[in-house]
Design a protein around this ligand. Structure first.
Ligand SMILES: N[C@@H](CCC(=O)N[C@@H](CS)C(=O)NCC(=O)O)C(=O)O
Length: 312
């Protein structure tokens, strides 16, 4: 089996979700630590410009976005299932909600409380990814009580769903990826906001999932140098399929497309030749001197794909 290489940094909550997923899957993986802020010169050749964290590399196949990474982990045939007992649809829906509603609220709480305590360039960078285009520190502070109320409302829903089940996890006794997508929000709030512990104490079923997955671990990892990861990509050939499997999309293999996360964010466009598209995944071919020919994969949900010559 080709090795899983995770490009990430320890403080990244979304990367933590993937590390928990690797633990559920009992995976062995290699860990490349990347910078928290651009530039990321040893990551960009692999991602065609996608700058977010984490990224999963399997040889010359590069998987961007945690939802897409979760699917790739499952498809890579690890010792344990990430979606056991037909939990795939439920887990992906819960995690899509966690990645948008829960993560958006958590980032606002954590960053608003960090104002004045973390470097300005970090807040500016994250603001350009997560907040309204004309956001201000005063606006963030003014909306904080409302954001905290919303977070309680959302955590209460997740807790009620867990409490109504037949085990500590969403699917019962076995953890699935959906559980990781709730646990990482708890990890983020508890670890990066001094009110996190108190907030979470109201949601015992969620805390049980958080504790269960912490005990489950993060699989078995060893460190890898970023330069070596580039060399691994260069020595490999993409193994992922080629073709348009969702015929209604109107796209053709080889067509140049632009891919970007939905929303008005500072994320750079990714441009490439379409390689593959199905209901869940869209992939481009990409060439770079440092990695040769690689394939870069994105999820369909949450991304906008347009012909590269269409207005941005
Ligand atoms: N939808 C993306 C979101 C990823 C994301 O926003 N990650 C944060 C770190 S937790 C990030 O990229 N921050 C900026 C950076 O690392 O450059 C996913 O699910 O992977």
């Amino acid at each position: 089996m080709t090795s899983l290489i995770l490009h990430h940094y320890p403080q990244s909550p979304v990367a933590h979700k993937v590390r928990l997923a690797l633990g559920i899957a009992k995976a062995s993986w290699q860990s490349v630590e990347i910078p928290r802020l651009p530039p990321k010169p040893l990551l960009m050749p692999l991602t065609a410009g996608y700058r977010r964290t984490p990224v999963l590399q399997i040889g010359a196949d590069i998987y961007c976005d945690s939802q897409n990474i979760a699917l790739a982990i499952e498809q890579s045939g690890q010792p344990a299932r990430l979606f056991p007992d037909q939990t795939f649809g439920m887990a992906m829906m819960i995690s899509a909600w966690a990645e948008t509603t829960l993560f958006d609220l958590a980032v606002r709480i954590v960053l608003t409380n960090a104002l004045g305590q973390v470097p300005d360039d970090f807040i500016r960078d994250r603001g350009s990814l997560y907040f309204e285009p004309n956001w201000t520190e005063a606006g963030l502070r003014a909306s904080l009580p409302s954001v905290i109320s919303e977070m309680h409302a959302a955590l209460g829903l997740a807790d009620a769903q867990l409490a109504a089940g037949n085990g500590i996890y969403l699917g019962g006794q076995q953890p699935c990826y959906g559980d990781a997508s709730l646990a990482y929000i708890c990890w983020f709030l508890r670890g990066r906001w001094d009110g996190g512990g108190e907030m979470l104490s109201h949601y015992p079923a969620l805390c049980a999932v958080e504790a269960g997955l912490a005990a489950c671990g993060e699989g078995v990892s060893e460190n890898l140098d970023a330069i070596d990861a580039l060399a691994i990509a260069k020595a490999a050939t993409p193994q992922s399929p080629i073709g348009i499997m969702n015929g209604g999309s109107g796209f053709a293999v080889g067509q140049t497309v632009r891919i970007r996360p939905k929303g008005n964010t500072a994320d750079p466009d990714v441009i490439g030749r379409l390689r593959y598209c199905d209901q869940m995944r869209v992939s481009i071919d990409h060439q770079h001197d440092e990695v040769g020919e690689i394939a870069v994969h994105f999820p369909v949900l949450g991304y906008v794909v347009t012909p590269a010559d269409a207005p941005a």
